[in-house]
Design a protein around this ligand. Structure first.
Ligand code: SF4
Length: 457
């Protein structure tokens, strides 16, 4: 595609699309779904003998300083007593409620992964980390895990601390980087020179850690095609096993701090070009694509799951073969098979009140209809494999794809004309050119959207 044609396409498809960390979007979940419904869902999911693998997610909602691009739920504090109080009085309590419920109902989820996220879980000192492991060990055999991962903030973690976590079972790490460029780091209020990351990745740590992930964001202030190429070069030299290279979603409705970035962020077309530059660099330097915004070394477990067509896409990226997520902590987001999506309270007072009544602190949830589950599957397939099999879908719905998805096919016509999507009798496939618009193409299957303003409407 020449530059003019590329500009026309970029302009035409400059439409906001959700990142589909899950479907249906949280705004469509019900606040009537609470503790009672969650207990029913847990019972339904984990009483079966043939269980899918489960991931336990624990959210530590504290950070020392605010990164201006942040969309995570967190509180900014430099007072460790606050973290201690939250850990001792709330997070521990929620883990105990889960443990008690699983025991009382003889439920044994098939835990294969744990992910400690946040916020900044590396703020946890040794004693709280030990206590966390003790509490989790009450209902989950840590020795049996395929993956025990902690999100690492290089500014609040040292090699010694990381070694301690490793002694306790951590075997995967995910490092928040976003960009190695100093000007970009300064603009987003997260200055962490590349040396801070290098210092953590000692030969001893590399020997025992099974997989190292680096997180990057595309579309931050002052990023350019050449700055991202330099960042990717530094990245490849550090040799992580996985890379998340995700678009920054500028949204000030719930994150007013992002206004601080407004005047310096690249526009839609520039963001897409920065993305292409980064993707090409990674593909030319030993990484394979494991989804729309994810990359891995060929021998990484996610790459293997992708080859076996068993990877699952969630808000944590493509996560191997795991299907269920049980989330602990404020704002935590649970997934139970293709049946339920559930989220904890964000607000400390509501979270604390529920726990004081020995209830799960559920804010909202959704029992998926058959149609929700089908569309969720399609969106995840498109985001992970860039294609869906029409015979598979027809088998599932017992109806012709053309009939069931008539509106969607009509909406896709313009995308087909622009060579972004191909449809055959066998599949709907996103083309190489179309991969840049994967979220937008996936959004065609979102039944809760009006699709007003889409090309061709
Ligand atoms: S460290 Fe992570 S969670 Fe904390 S403010 Fe920065 S991006 Fe947000």
């Amino acid at each position: 595609m020449n530059d003019i044609a590329e500009d026309i396409i970029l302009k035409k498809y400059d439409i906001y699309a959700d990142d589909y960390s899950d479907y249906p979007h949280k705004s469509n979940w019900s606040k009537e779904f609470g503790d009672k419904e969650y207990r029913t869902a847990l019972n339904e999911t984990f009483s079966s003998k043939n269980q899918s693998p489960t991931l336990l997610y624990v959210h530590i909602p504290f950070c020392r300083t605010l990164c201006y691009y942040c969309i995570c739920h967190k509180e900014i504090t430099s007072d460790y007593n606050k973290i201690l109080d939250h850990f001792n009085n709330y997070l521990s309590k929620e883990l105990k409620i889960l443990n008690q419920f699983l025991k009382e109902n003889s439920l044994n989820p098939n835990f294969k992964e744990i992910f400690l996220g946040g916020g900044s879980p590396t703020l946890l000192e040794k004693s709280e980390f030990d206590r966390l492991i003790e509490l989790i060990s009450e209902f989950c055999n840590i020795k049996n895990l395929d993956r025990f991962c902690i999100e690492v903030d290089p500014r609040t973690c040292s090699p010694e601390k990381l070694e301690y976590y490793i002694q306790k079972g951590i075997n995967n790490i995910s490092i928040g980087i976003q960009d190695f460029d100093h000007k970009v780091q300064k603009a987003v209020n997260r200055v962490q020179p590349v040396e801070l990351v290098k210092r953590l990745l000692t030969p001893d740590i590399r020997k025992v850690i099974k997989s190292i992930n680096f997180d990057f964001l595309v579309g931050l202030p002052f990023q350019t095609e050449s700055s991202i190429e330099k960042t990717m070069k530094q990245t490849v030299e550090l040799n992580p096993d996985r890379i998340s290279f995700c678009f920054f979603h500028y949204t000030t409705k719930f994150h007013s701090h992002m206004k601080l970035l407004e005047k310096d962020i690249p526009d839609f077309a520039q963001r897409k070009r920065i993305f292409i530059t980064g993707v090409n660099y990674l593909l030319n330097n030993g990484y394979i694509r494991t989804g729309f915004e994810h990359f891995a070394k060929a021998d990484d477990i996610v790459a293997k799951s992708i080859r076996e067509k068993k990877a699952t896409y969630t808000s944590l990226g493509a996560i191997g073969k795991t299907t269920n997520v049980i989330a602990i902590g404020r704002s935590g987001h649970s997934i139970l098979e293709d049946n339920y999506l559930i989220q904890n309270f964000y607000e400390q007072d509501l979270y604390a009140t529920a726990l004081s009544k020995n209830e799960f602190p559920i804010y909202r949830g959704k029992k998926l209809t058959k149609d929700d589950a089908l569309r969720r599957y399609i969106i995840r397939q498109l985001k992970t494999y860039f294609a869906i099999s029409i015979p598979y879908i027809e088998n599932r719905i017992n109806e012709s794809f053309k009939n069931y998805f008539k509106n969607e096919i009509d909406l896709m016509n313009e995308f087909i004309n622009d060579d972004l999507v191909h449809i055959s009798a066998e599949e709907v496939a996103i083309t190489e050119k179309g991969k840049l618009f994967t979220d937008l193409i996936a959004s065609i299957f979102d039944n809760y959207l009006t699709h007003e303003g889409y090309p061709g409407t």
